[in-house]
Each structure stands twice: as C-alpha cells, then as structure tokens.
Design a protein around this ligand. Structure first.
Ligand SMILES: [Zn+2]
Length: 156
C-alpha cells in the first residue's frame, strides 16, 4: 500500500482538483444488508466520469462474500443450521453480524468490503455466521450498487 499512497499524494499535489485514485468510503444498503466500500480503486475518464478501476471488482466482491463470509445453512423454509458444527440455529436470524472482507480484483490495489447483515453467533460452537439465501444475495448485490451510485462510481 505504501507506494500507492505516495502515488496518490503525488497526483493530489500535482492537481488539487483531481479525483482521488482511491475513494475513502462509500456506503449502501438494501433491505437488511448494508455494505461499505473502503478505499475503492477508481479511475477518472476523460469525460469526467468516475468508474471502477477494474470492471471485475464487483465480481471480486461477490467472490469475497462467498469465500470469506461464514454462512449458516438453510434447512427448509424456517430452519437454519450452523455452517460449522451443524447445530440447529432455529428460525429467524438474530442480531446483525459485521464482517470485513478483503477484496483483491485483478487490477489495482485490494480494498475492504464491510458487510453487515442478519445472522447468528452459534450457541454451540460460537461461530459467527450470516443468513445467506437468494433474497439476501440479491440484497447484497443491490447494496453494492447503491454504495457505488452514492459516489457516482460507474461499474464499467
Ligand atoms: Zn456451531
């Protein structure tokens, strides 16, 4: 990260009006899923538009959620089990759980994706996990889009 910050400072010093290469923080929410994109790498187009530095970053965010977020397993409509020890977690998800995911798109530096969504801490093994189903996967995507839109960041 060191060289990148130096580079950012260099460009910032050269042209105070320049859009930073990293966007400090963008927040978005959809239904019961919230995200924050921290130090998102972006690029400014000649047209003045700001876009993701790497168009694959949204895919990388979805991959990070799949790979790094511990998921409870849905067992039918109203029952969930612990993704770690299979203990019965009961019905509706409990308190909101928060996780920081590291996202590494192909181009540009990695960034942090903060996720807050309903889940559980397992009463049996203590594993923290989120309720992951199709509805919330959709909310997760929508929350990311909302966060980018809040900063006027185009996907590609
Ligand atoms: Zn457990």
């Amino acid at each position: 990260m060191g060289w990148w910050n130096r580079l950012r400072r260099y460009f910032g010093g050269a042209d105070p009006a320049a859009v930073p290469e990293l966007v400090e923080r963008l927040e978005g929410r959809h239904e019961d899923v919230s995200v924050a994109l921290v130090e998102l790498p972006v690029q400014r187009r000649p047209s003045g538009e700001v876009a993701l530095r790497d168009a694959d970053a949204t895919g990388a965010m979805l991959d990070a959620a799949t790979d790094q977020l511990p998921h409870a397993r849905r067992q039918g409509k109203e029952r969930w089990s612990c993704g770690s020890c299979q203990a019965d977690l009961g019905g509706m998800p409990g308190a909101e759980q928060r996780a920081d995911l590291r996202v590494g798109p192909g181009k540009g530096p990695p960034f942090t994706l903060e996720v807050t969504m309903p889940g559980w801490q397992c009463w049996s093994c203590g594993a923290v996990q989120v309720a992951s189903d199709d509805e919330r996967a959709n909310s997760f995507r929508e929350a990311i889009m909302a966060a980018m839109a809040s900063g006027g960041v185009k996907r590609s």
